[in-house]
Design a protein around this ligand. Structure first.
Ligand SMILES: Nc1ncnc2c1ncn2[C@@H]1O[C@H](COP(=O)(O)OP(=O)(O)OP(=O)(O)O)[C@@H](O)[C@H]1O
Length: 625
């Protein structure tokens, strides 16, 4: 069974209206998978455990010294013993302080190391996911998985590492010391211990669900903010949305988080209160029983003092047992959510013995009987990474079917067809943004599935209608395609893409920050920057998807001239809407309903009097005038 399938099988049945992502139980084996992460920092963890043991031993043994001070020193009238033992108590207090300081250092160090390991691993894994994953996953949910969940895992693990050991050890040592002093009183105490544990057990189950629901809602809030708080999202809300409704939606989620956190605090507090009541009764019992035994002469006064001190020290670890349980639950849930992402196998992977495509000469492209369905949500992402419960996947009709064609090397192939025909989809299959459901694609005679993804993508340059720029300087955006490009290279590329004059007028030239998604620039300017980026990369295979659609006719004609000379010997696929481009193409593919209806040159296709002739008459002919 695949990880994907086994995870689906683990989800228990939902109650109506309940999110399956919240109901999911922690996957078995999660604890085993956490250990390697902790072992990465074994030295720090070993030191952490050592100082924790030192602290626990000091906590449990210092009351025994108090007994000796009272019984062997004060009551025996031996001031030398009193001074020596008091100095020992003071010395132990200093050692304990050093141990606690080292404990804080170690847990911080091991915890941050763990965060680093998990973060880099999840980031690298998410980068390997195909485009379909990103189209089905809200960004905020992903960011929350990398931030909140990873940090929660760290906090919980560091608390667990130090607290669980110190809690258990202190409990054992303190009870051992109490047994040593008076087994009768300690036996009564032990009978009461299950009373501490009962409420804890009852609440832990509910806590686990609350923690997961809290994390899920946190991720949903992150997604909401991520979608609304960028230029495009904010603009959409202003033009079409209702700010009050948006606030109400956000407020609803924030309120639920508040309720969950309050429930967590209240339940944690309820346990603490129960524990303190039981401890108070316990103290009364020890005073009553111990006091009577002292009066009877069965117990020494120093022993009673030591027992009371030990009793007070028992309170803390028992109380901590509740935090340890919550931390353990948080750690398990957080790690489980992180592992869930790491277990999501990318739909597009490199073949085990993939080879590098080394062509520098323009390659040809061959599609053979290619059929393609867009992958469904369930196949591409995780239930817990989606903002809402998905509808059951419906069977889809193929977007492309039985597509067979050949785009010759070093030639310009134009793809035309009605809107929704599948032109963009076809181009996405070439750099393996998606894989065909059936059929094969060959570049320079190599099946694209047998090539390394990096070499395949290095061979191809793409410019789309909606050019994307990062929120960085123009220089950084251009160098993204060619990190070693010099200022001279950048200037030349910008000049060829007819954007240099605009760049020089910007306040900081190439060092101007382009804004979120390049919003500081107009659509046409972004497209020209994107073309300059392509020219810097100089790939042997170029795909232009309406790459000049935002330009005015004059600028577009000038750019076409540049591209004509620059891409002269490059294999170019162009989704065209301009008659001039189509007419110049060496080869035209006419696409309709996801399949090639016709192919040939402009003249041949006009003579055929088929779909192309119709498109020409309705869309292109007027451009002749
Ligand atoms: N990510 C996606 N998931 C599912 N279906 C998609 C996705 N992207 C596009 N489609 C669908 O695939 C079909 C083909 O879309 P495509 O963008 O390839 O058409 P196109 O010919 O390039 O159209 P246009 O000329 O309008 O850009 C459309 O019906 C579209 O709704």
């Amino acid at each position: 069974m695949t990880a994907r399938a086994s995870r689906a099988a683990k989800a228990p049945k939902n109650r109506p209206g309940e999110d399956p992502a919240t109901r999911r139980r922690v996957a078995p084996g999660t604890v085993r998978r956490i250990f390697p992460y902790i072992l990465q920092h074994r030295r720090t963890v070993a030191l952490l455990l050592l100082v924790t043991v030192v602290d626990a031993v000091i906590t449990a043994t210092s009351p025994l010294i108090l007994k000796m001070i009272v019984d062997d020193g004060i009551l025996a009238g031996n001031s030398g013993t009193v001074i020596r033992l008091c100095l020992l108590v003071a010395g132990l207090a200093l050692v304990d302080a050093a141990a606690l300081y080292t404990q804080a250092w170690c847990s911080g160090r091991a915890g941050e190391g763990l965060v680093l390991d998990l973060r880099t691993q999840v980031f690298a894994h998410v980068q390997r996911q195909p485009i379909a994953f990103f189209t089905h996953t809200p960004t905020g949910a992903l960011v929350s998985r990398l931030n909140t969940d990873v940090v929660q895992a760290r906090q919980a693990v560091t608390t667990l590492l130090s607290q669980s050991v110190s809690t258990v050890l202190t409990l054992v040592l303190v009870l051992g010391a109490m047994f040593y002093l008076s087994w009768q009183i300690t036996a009564v105490a032990l009978v009461l211990i299950p009373l501490f544990m009962l409420p804890v057990r009852l609440i832990v189950r509910r806590l686990q669900r609350l923690i997961r629901e809290g994390m899920q809602l946190d991720a949903e809030m992150g997604s909401l903010m991520n979608e609304r708080f960028n230029v495009a999202g904010a603009m959409l809300v202003k033009l079409y949305g209702n700010a009050e409704e948006e606030s109400a939606l956000f407020g609803g989620k924030a309120k639920r988080i508040r309720d969950i956190v309050v429930a967590q605090v209240v339940q944690g507090r309820a346990i603490a209160v129960t524990v303190s009541v039981i401890t108070a009764m316990f103290t009364a019992l020890v005073y009553g029983l111990g006091g009577t035994l002292v009066i009877n002469g069965t117990l020494q006064i120093g022993t009673l003092v030591a027992l009371i001190t030990l009793l007070l020290r028992l309170y803390e670890p028992v109380n901590q047992l509740t935090t340890v349980q919550t931390s353990a639950m948080t750690a398990l849930v957080s790690f489980d959510r992180v592992f869930e992402v790491l277990d999501l196998e990318p739909l597009i992977t490199e073949a085990p013995h993939a080879h590098t495509l080394t062509t520098t000469t323009p390659p040809d492209i061959t599609f053979t009987d290619v059929t393609f369905h867009y992958p469904t949500t369930t196949r591409t992402t995780l239930a817990s990474l989606r903002a809402t419960t998905p509808h059951p996947d419906q069977p889809t009709t193929p977007t492309l079917h039985n597509l067979t064609f050949h785009a010759p090397a070093g030639k310009l192939t134009a793809i035309v067809g009605p809107s929704g025909a599948g032109k963009t989809t076809l181009t996405h299959l070439i750099p393996r943004l998606y894989d065909p459901t059936h059929g094969t694609i060959h570049i320079a005679g190599h099946n694209t599935r047998h090539l390394t993804l990096q070499s395949l993508r290095d061979t191809i340059g793409v410019v789309t209608q909606d050019a994307h720029l990062f929120h960085d300087t123009l220089r950084a955006n251009l160098q993204y395609a060619q990190p070693h490009a010099t200022d001279h290279d950048l200037t030349q590329a910008c000049k060829k893409a007819l954007i240099w004059d605009t760049v020089t007028q910007l306040p900081h030239g190439l060092d101007t920050i382009v804004g979120d998604r390049g919003h500081r620039l107009s659509g046409g300017e972004k497209q020209r920057i994107s073309l300059a980026r392509l020219l810097l990369k100089t790939p042997p295979l170029v795909i232009l998807d309406e790459a000049t659609a935002h330009l005015d006719t004059e600028t577009e004609a000038a750019i076409q001239d540049t591209l004509r000379t620059t891409l002269k010997n490059t294999t170019t696929l162009v989704i065209a809407h301009r008659l001039s481009t189509i007419r110049e193409a060496d080869h035209i593919l006419v696409l309709a309903n996801g399949t090639v209806q016709e192919a040939g040159t402009h003249q041949q296709l006009l003579t055929n009097q088929n779909l192309y002739a119709t498109l020409y008459n309705t869309q292109f002919a007027h451009q002749d005038s």
